[in-house]
Design a protein around this ligand. Structure first.
Ligand code: PMP
Length: 362
């Protein structure tokens, strides 16, 4: 098997231990003579998997008892609509425009707004600075009876992150897709957290939603599938859930737990990202476009002096097994995504390659 270092922003690298365990159990899950993919989602064995997934996630994120955990589908993108549908009826909802995904969240919310008599307000934006920092948030402008303030804790494409959360009296809602389980946040500070699984949780196909119980709507939402309260009262089994993705995610939660939890993940992510940031900062050749205090631990964009050299870098790096190192098409350059399962050795090897490339192309 060829050795690759997978820098993909998602679907992303998964822990080898988890993949091996899934391989061992693939043909015969716990003596059932079937794979997890073939199990009824209403049977005892799958029930055990989804309950364990929830309890392990509760443990590693320290989710308080007054929060529901939902295992849904549709990606983080469906949450851009589902969230206002459930929470913003007849209300104002505030958004921070800190990156391309935050901008999409705003644009989707605006599409939904007229049908639920909601008003979507962009409270702060760093778009004018090409999203190279998290904007200052004028929280004093938020009206008391607003539905929520929406933030994106980690901006996957631009490589910025919140390390201090805004203090607000309205529910704080977070798209945590690209740093959930990678940075420790206090769940009790949020009203809703959502994340697509395909970065730090597991394979694509699963979306995790963590919602404070008092925010579950009692008024029906336009569709049962889009109704948090219905999904919650059915324990994420309103329809057939993505069973295999939930199983694999449970194995990842168990893996995080076995290594010491999210604090340990964050510590490792700090160490891994520092190897790359320190090298970039010491170099006259590579630059990070992001302001230091907002640098993501999980997605690290960087550039060489020219776009021609960027293209050459990507070509040569890819040929050497540095997979998916190309920056997002909207920003160009390179991006190293260093999620929990990304090995430290891969960053060290990348820096070594960067030094060689610099020497050859100065
Ligand atoms: N939000 C963020 C921060 C993301 O990084 C992504 C995906 N890269 C999305 C939302 C969209 O997620 P999905 O593809 O699961 O809809």
């Amino acid at each position: 098997m060829v050795k690759v270092y997978n820098f993909s922003a998602g679907p992303a690298v998964l822990p080898k231990e988890v993949l091996k365990k899934a391989q061992e159990e693939l043909l015969d899950y716990k003596g059932s003579g079937m794979s997890v993919m073939e199990l009824s989602h209403r049977g005892k064995l799958f029930q055990g998997i989804i309950e364990k997934a929830e309890s392990d996630l509760r443990e590693i994120m320290e989710i308080p008892d007054n929060y529901k955990v939902l295992f849904l589908q549709g990606g983080a993108s469906l949450q851009f609509s589902m969230l206002p549908l459930n929470l913003a009826k007849d209300k104002k909802a505030y958004y921070v425009n800190s990156g391309s995904w935050a901008k999409k969240a705003i644009s989707e919310a605006k599409k939904i707004a007229p049908s639920i008599n909601a008003e979507i307000i962009e409270l702060a934006s760093s778009e004018g600075d090409k999203f190279t920092h998290i904007p200052a948030i004028p929280t004093e402008k938020i009206e008391k009876d607003a539905a929520y303030l929406h933030i994106t804790t980690n901006n996957t494409i631009e490589g910025t992150a919140y390390f201090d959360l805004p203090e607000v009296d309205v529910p704080l809602v977070a798209d945590m897709s690209s740093n959930i389980l990678g940075v420790k946040y206090d769940v009790s500070k949020f009203g809703v957290i959502y994340a697509g699984a395909q970065k730090n949780i597991g394979p694509a196909g699963l979306t995790v939603v963590i919602i404070r119980e008092d925010l579950l709507n009692t008024a029906p939402v336009i569709s049962s599938m889009l109704d948090y309260a219905i999904q919650a009262s059915n324990h994420s089994l309103y329809n057939t859930p993505p069973t295999f993705a939930i199983y694999l995610s449970q194995l990842v939660f168990e893996w995080v737990k076995s290594l010491g939890g999210v604090e340990v993940m964050e510590k490792q992510n700090r160490e891994k990202s520092a190897i790359l940031y320190d090298f970039i900062d010491s170099s006259q050749f590579y630059t990070s476009p992001v302001k230091k205090e907002y640098r993501s631990l999980n997605n690290i964009p960087f550039v060489t002096p020219t776009s021609e050299l960027d293209a050459l870098f990507v070509k040569e790096a890819t040929a050497q097994g540095f997979e998916s190192i190309k920056g997002h098409r909207s920003v160009g350059g390179m991006r190293a995504s260093l999620y929990n399962a990304f090995e430290r050795e891969g960053v060290e090897k990348l820096v070594q390659f960067m030094k060689e490339f610099e020497n050859r192309n100065q």
